[in-house]
Write a protein that binds this ligand. Structure first.
Ligand code: NAD
Length: 451
């Protein structure tokens, strides 16, 4: 039997291992999920919600252990892992309540007819997840799938199989058998799941793999929801509170070692305030403590050597093409990369267009707001974007010109609970969270009768 060893990116030590699911047997897991689906659906929306709500206690009890596992398996500082692990249990009742509201039938009457719009289960959902939020990404796709009456086969990232398994184990304390099963492996198992007869693929990961999944799914018109990568811009206007803007840029470029889909990857600053902004940002970057996530450093290791080398190569190439290193540079030991601030970054550089997913803040000076907007939108991605400035009308106008799916003004891109997590352009296809997001895990069915 083939095993998958999970390594601590801070030390290289083995954290644990799982048995790889032979690719040829992935369909068997789907068959079991298919067999379990009618009884799960038959519990009805309220029955399923009641079962799922019971998982909150288990997730809360295990939050500390889950947080430590997240840090050991993918390196993020323990304080960040705690936020991720605790949110699963503490937010569950609210999320399930939101799903119940979203999935109740709608009724429309006109001309003596009544149409009822049902939000029925699709059947079996295959969920394929990345490593950067190794518990919340499975949660975001598994929970709405189950609430809608589907059963789920989850394939967690090969970088974080233990987190994926631990999440499923917690839910399986309350779920009937085979309602949620896990298959382990890398792209071969992901491909097998996509090729199986699941009714839907819910995927979060890179744009390239998302495109591959969409192509493969087209042969049977499988439903897909794809949450993909980004190259998020931040615009700093000349009336911005520079201290707040620099704090946000440092937080959002370096948290989780920059390995966040909505990391700030491109910063466009008006010329007149650029010196002050760059100085403030560099000072904050300099103050960050790099080290093992278990020691509660500010910035942990990158997830693996491949990701580290990609980031270092982007920095080197940018510097060779004229970018200025304000702090950091391509310094590293093992998987630890020094938080870096670059200035004079352009779109001709790889780092100006290709997702970095590492601890680098890239600053570009612009001479007008129009130039900032044009360059911010000059990307095939479109996940998040932020604008900093004090004049509400001007920030609103700039924000409305940005082509991303989620835009924050003087704050992060994500919206309040209940709003969609949505990418525009090549950052996504479909979305989740919110009423409309939850409904994407369903088959809409309309029943009409005379009244
Ligand atoms: P990835 O695309 O390499 O892998 C994601 C998952 O897909 C893994 O489980 C992997 O084994 C599987 N996979 C790989 N090739 C496959 C194939 N051909 N068919 C089916 N499955 C396959 O991504 P990653 O490196 O794990 O994660 C980082 C990426 O995820 C970044 O681009 C990041 O921006 C993105 N991301 C997006 C969001 C969002 O909400 N939009 C959230 C988190 C991460």
């Amino acid at each position: 039997m083939e095993t998958l060893r999970s390594l601590d990116p801070a030390t290289g030590a083995v954290v644990g291992e799982v048995t790889v699911t032979p690719a040829a047997l992935v369909q068997h897991a789907v068959d079991r999920a298919r067999a379990a689906q009618p009884a799960w659906a038959a519990l009805g929306l309220d029955g399923r919600a009641e079962v799922l709500s019971r998982a909150a206690v288990v997730l809360e009890q295990r939050a500390d252990a889950h947080a430590e596992l997240i840090t050991r398996e993918m390196g993020k500082p323990l304080k960040e892992s705690r936020v991720e692990a605790k949110s699963l249990g503490s937010g569950l009742a609210r999320e399930v309540g939101e799903m119940v509201e979203a999935l109740r039938p709608d009724v429309i009457e006109e001309g003596g007819l009544r149409s009822t719009i049902h939000h029925d289960p699709l059947g079996v959902v295959g969920a394929i997840t990345p490593w950067n939020f190794p518990m919340s990404m499975p949660h975001w796709m598994v929970l709405p799938s189950l609430a809608a009456g589907n059963t789920v086969v989850l394939k967690p990232s090969e970088e974080t199989p233990l987190c994926g398994q631990a999440y499923a184990d917690a839910l399986n304390e309350v779920l009937p058998p085979d309602v949620l099963t896990v298959v382990h492996g890398a792209d071969a198992q992901g491909k097998s799941l996509v090729a199986s007869d699941v009714d839907m693929i819910a995927f979060t990961g890179s744009r390239e793999v998302g495109k591959h999944i969409m192509r493969e799914a087209s042969s049977t018109l499988k439903r897909v929801v794809l949450e993909l990568g980004g190259k998020d811009p931040m615009i700093v206007l000349d009336d911005a509170d520079l201290s707040k803007a620099a704090k946000f840029a440092a937080f959002n470029s370096f948290r989780n070692c920059g390995q966040v889909c909505v990391s700030t990857e491109r910063i466009f600053v008006l010329d007149s305030v650029a010196d002050d902004f760059e100085a403030a940002l560099s000072e904050l970057a300099d103050a960050l403590r790099v080290g093992s996530g278990l020691d509660d450093a500010d910035v942990g290791p990158m997830v693996n050597a491949r990701q580290r080398d990609h980031v270092l190569a982007q920095i080197d190439a940018a510097v060779a093409s004229g970018a200025r290193v304000l702090t950091g540079g391509a310094g590293h030991h093992d998987n630890f990369v020094t938080p870096t601030v670059l200035s004079d970054v352009t779109e001709e550089m790889d780092i100006g267009t290709v997702e970095t997913f590492g601890p680098v803040a890239c600053v570009t000076r612009v001479s007008s707001v129009d130039e900032a907007v044009r360059r911010a939108n000059d990307t095939r991605f479109g996940l998040g974007a932020v604008v900093f400035g004090e004049d509400p009308e001007r920030t609103e106008s700039v924000a409305r010109q940005l082509t991303a799916g989620m835009i924050g003004v003087n704050r992060a891109a994500g919206g309040v609970p209940g709003t969609p997590w949505v990418g525009a352009r090549e950052s996504g296809f479909g979305f989740h969270k919110s009423r409309d997001g939850h409904r994407q895990f369903t088959q809409t069915r309309v029943l009409t009768r005379a009244v």
